[in-house]
Write a protein that binds this ligand. Structure first.
Ligand code: FES
Length: 111
C-alpha cells in the first residue's frame, strides 16, 4: 500500500484544508500506513484530511466520520496500537502515534 493511503480511506479526502497550511508536518501511523498531519491538528482532522472515513462502526453499519466534532457524541472513537481508546475529535496528534480505526475491541477492557 502506498505511503499515505490507508485501507478504506482511499479516494478524495472528506476534509480539505483552506487555511493554516504552513504549520509543521507530523507523521503518524494509521492502520499500519504512515500519513501526514499538521502540528496542532486533532486526530479527526488528520484522519479526514487523509481519507473519506474516520473509522468503521462497531455496530457493523459502515464507515463513520464523527458527528458533533466537540467531544459529545462518541462517534469518533479510535484506538492506539496499545488498545487505549481515544476520541479523535478532542485528541491532538502527536508525532509517531500508532492508531487503529478498524477491527478493535468494543469496549476496550484493560486490567
Ligand atoms: S465527533 Fe462527537 S465525540 Fe468526537
Amino acid at each position: 500500500m502506498a505511503n499515505g493511503t490507508v485501507a478504506g480511506m482511499t479516494g478524495e479526502a472528506q476534509l480539505k484544508r483552506v487555511a493554516e497550511r504552513d504549520r509543521a508536518k507530523v507523521s503518524l501511523e494509521v492502520d499500519g500506513t504512515t500519513v501526514q498531519a499538521l502540528e496542532g491538528d486533532t486526530l479527526l482532522t488528520a484522519l479526514l484530511t487523509n481519507g473519506k472515513r474516520l473509522r468503521e462502526s462497531e455496530f457493523g453499519d459502515g464507515p463513520r466520520a464523527g458527528f458533533c466534532l466537540m467531544g459529545a457524541c462518541q462517534d469518533c472513537w479510535v484506538w492506539t496500537a496499545d488498545g487505549d481508546r481515544l476520541r479523535a475529535c478532542s485528541t491532538p496528534v502527536v508525532a509517531g502515534m500508532r492508531i487503529q480505526t478498524r477491527g478493535t475491541p468494543w469496549p476496550t477492557l484493560r486490567s
